[in-house]
Design a protein around this ligand. Structure first.
Ligand code: 48F
Length: 263
C-alpha cells in the first residue's frame, strides 16, 4: 500500500513540458509585458491583473521578488513610510509602527504575499529569462521585447550562439530596478537619454520616483528604481513604499494607454 498515486517518470516531464508550452504559446502576445519581477513590477502586474489585463512578467533570476526579500544589509525586515502601509493592509501582511509614519514588516512575508496576489489575478511569469532587446516597428512604438535564456549571458559566444525570441505586447513596463535595462536598449540607439541614479536621500526620493513614474517612450512605461536611473533622482535604500506606489501608478498609466490603443 503506497500513499501516492502511481505514475511513470515520463508523465512528470510531459506534464511540465505541455503545461509550459501551452502557456508560452498563449503569451507570445500579451497586453502588457513587465520586465523585472521586483516590488514595483509585481505591484504593477497585480494592479493590471485586477483590471483583467493579460500580463506577463519576464524575470532574469529563477526567483521573483528582486530586492523585496531583504530590507537592508542582510536583515529581512523592510521599512515602509506612510501612506504605503495601506498596501501591506491590502496584502494582509502584519506590520509594526517603528516611529511616526514609519512601519516595519517581515520582508519574506510581504514579498511572498505580493507574488501570490499577482498570481491570484492571473499574472504569468517567465523565469530565467533575460531581456536582450526590444521590438520597434516602422512607427517606432515599442511593440514587445526580445528575450533569451539568462545563463546564455554568462557563456562565451562561441559556445552559446543562441538566438533570442521575440514576445509581443501593446505596452512594455521597465521594472528592472537600478539597471533600467529596457530603457538602456533605447539609449544605445540614441532614442532616450538617462541621467543615472543620484546618491541616497530617502526623504526626497520616494515622492520623486512616484511622481516621475510614467510613459518615457511610446509604448514604454517605467516604474521603480529604473525611474531614478532615467531622471537622475536620488536612490532610497531599504525603504519600499515608493516602489509599491510607483508600481500602482504605472498600472494606472498603462490602463490609460491601453484604452487609447483600443480606441
Ligand atoms: O531591483 P528590483 O527589486 O527593482 P524595483 O522593483 O525595486 C527596487 C528595490 O528592490 C530596492 C530599492 C528601493 O527600495 O532601492 O533596490 O525597482 O527588481 C528588479 C528585477 O528586475 C530583474 C532583476 O533580476 C530583479 O528581479 N531584471 C533586471 N534586469 C533584467 C531583469 C533583465 N535585463 N531581464 C530580466 N530581468
Amino acid at each position: 500500500m503506497t500513499i501516492f498515486h502511481p505514475i511513470a517518470e515520463k508523465d512528470v516531464t510531459r506534464a511540465i513540458v505541455s503545461s509550459f508550452l501551452r502557456q508560452l504559446e498563449d503569451y507570445t502576445e500579451s497586453d502588457v509585458i513587465i520586465v523585472g519581477g521586483g516590488p514595483s513590477g509585481l505591484m504593477a502586474g497585480k494592479e493590471l491583473g485586477i483590471k483583467g489585463v493579460k500580463v506577463l512578467i519576464v524575470e532574469r533570476n529563477n526567483y521573483l521578488g528582486g530586492g523585496f526579500w531583504i530590507g537592508g544589509y542582510f536583515m529581512n525586515k523592510l521599512t515602509i513610510r506612510a501612506p504605503a502601509q495601506q498596501v501591506l493592509e491590502e496584502l494582509g501582511v502584519p506590520y509594526e509602527k517603528a516611529s511616526e509614519g514609519l512601519y516595519t514588516a517581515d520582508a519574506p512575508h510581504a514579498c511572498a504575499s505580493l507574488i501570490a496576489s499577482a498570481c491570484d489575478v492571473g499574472v504569468k511569469f517567465l523565469s530565467l529569462t533575460l531581456l536582450e532587446d526590444v521590438i520597434l516597428r516602422e512607427d517606432n512604438r515599442m511593440a514587445g521585447v526580445v528575450v533569451n535564456w539568462s545563463p546564455i549571458a554568462h557563456l562565451p559566444r562561441e559556445i552559446a550562439a543562441l538566438d533570442p525570441v521575440p514576445l509581443e505586447s501593446k505596452v512594455v513596463i521597465d521594472a528592472t530596478g537600478h539597471d533600467a535595462s529596457v530603457v538602456k536598449k533605447l539609449e544605445q540607439r540614441g532614442l532616450i537619454k538617462t541621467k543615472g541614479e543620484g546618491a541616497l536621500w530617502i526623504a526626497g526620493s520616494e515622492d520623486a520616483v512616484v511622481e516621475h513614474t510614467g510613459e518615457v517612450y511610446p509604448g514604454l512605461v517605467v516604474c521603480g528604481m529604473a525611474v531614478a536611473t532615467i531622471y537622475g533622482l536620488p536612490r532610497m535604500g531599504p525603504t519600499f513604499g515608493g516602489m509599491l506606489l510607483s508600481g500602482k501608478r504605472a498600472a494606472e498609466v498603462v490602463a490609460q494607454i491601453l484604452q487609447k490603443v483600443a480606441a
